[in-house]
Unconditional design. Sequence first.
Length: 425
Amino acid sequence: MSDVMKIYLTEDAPAAHWGSADVTFTTGQANIHLQAGDQLRQVQQAARKLRGQGINEVALEGELWDLHAQWAFAQGFATAKQIGKIAWTGDDAVKKVLDDRRDSAAFARQLINETPENLAPMTLANQAAQWLTKVGGDKVSYRIIEGEALLEEKWIGIHSVGRGSERPPALLELDYNPLGEDAPVSAALVGKGITFDSGGYSIKASEGMLGMKCDMGGAATVTAALGLAIKSGLNKRIKLFLCCAENLISGRAYKLGDILTYKNGVSVEVVNTDAEGRLVLADGLQAACETGAPLVIDAATLTGAAVMAVGTSYNAIFSPSRELISRTQEKASAVAEQVWPLPLEPWHKEMCPSAYADTANSRPVKGGGAGGASNAAGFLWRFVSDDTQWLHMDLASAFADTANGLWAAGATTHGVLTIAELLQD
């Protein structure tokens, strides 16, 4: 008897003896009964139920499986321990798209779910560079700036956040260039790569620290997005910057009250060492803008305030450009991902005042105070060139602390497809 379970979608109600069940079974076959409403959500929930029953290998069968439904099933079927085996249905073009998505998502999941001990900042930078080199071949080149060399190039934020760890911080600068040496850079990606976040001297409680291996989710997301775009035939020059550090406590760690003066001259008072993500992204955004790219996208598991605002089924997006916000919403919708814009106005730059520096890195109240996600975006805006279209994605749905009806515990990779689509535009 085959161990492969055939999975069908149907809009028929289940037989009476099944009651209101949304998944029914016959020999070697399961039927997902779709109702009116968000059917992709229903498919993902059904996949979670099937996986929870110990089913590890399936074949999708029948005419109702479109691209979005198959990907929703794959997202619900994946776990931190095993992605599971899925035989796609459809023509070769559809299967290739799904294979490319699965490979890219698997890479991001592996990184995000890795233990903090196994994923030092340099390890993250090297694994991202090696995977993209494997995907992009000789069109990829990179360098990694490590430890004290960061100070020599004035990347003060990454160095300050990471100096408390015995394992040095790093900035990965990667160039994907299929066009030739002098080609202009079409877009630059920036990812927050905090491989573990204790909170520093603003130390987190244990329950808040347990999942902080996911704090490099932004780095994994932009890396996987670039890899997926390359697999999909991207013919543009793209640069990638990963800001990698461990935020730990030691005699060398940065402290509350410290003032960091960045490469662009902006001085920042540290009022919360647990608001470290924006400090490393400030370096990455400046590096990205130095490339002259007209589009800069950063992704980060940046604020709890974004989770409070949009929940865990959406990623929050910010931009001074209404057109870019609209385009991002359209791209997300096209790949069945969820984004929601939160406010960002020029005055948000001033919402973290300091008596000692141009700005503080947060407000000295729990969670950064009201509007914390927008205030964090306003802080980042200080490090973006005026002539750059900039999108900030606060990854509220990148990681599930515990299993739920849609996701297994761990990385979700939600956001990878949206950024990949934006690169293709």
